[in-house]
Write a protein that binds this ligand. Sequence first.
Ligand code: AMP
Length: 116
Amino acid sequence: MAKDDCVFCKIARKEIPVKLVYESENFIAFLDVHPKVKGHTLIIPKKHFVNIIDLPSDLGSELLDVIKRVFEIRQEEGAEGFNLIMNNFPAAGQLVIHAHLHFLPRKKGDKGFKSI
Ligand code: AMP
């Protein structure tokens, strides 16, 4: 399952270069090209699922492991916490219609991002 015109499918196929953060069997984590904070990372499934509703439940455990691994990597660079944001459907601000989690590293007292 892939879409020729999907930018994140192209990233998953290594046709568009990214700053890779971590890769597992079914997911890839890379730096957002327009970071909201330092280390702003996107976590995407390699296959084309449009949002979290479309994502097969049996990938949930691996996704959780990837989130934990990305936090370990960011902790090594000083992160003390993180926000996870996921825009699902255009009505919620989803611009790239390929499921992705925004992982935003945080430090106590930082001013870089206003969380909800
Ligand atoms: P959204 O669909 O609104 O949740 O956000 C899509 C995100 O993808 C934005 O933060 C973009 O900066 C990011 N983005 C789009 N194209 C690329 C790319 N080629 N490499 C890295 N990040 C990207």
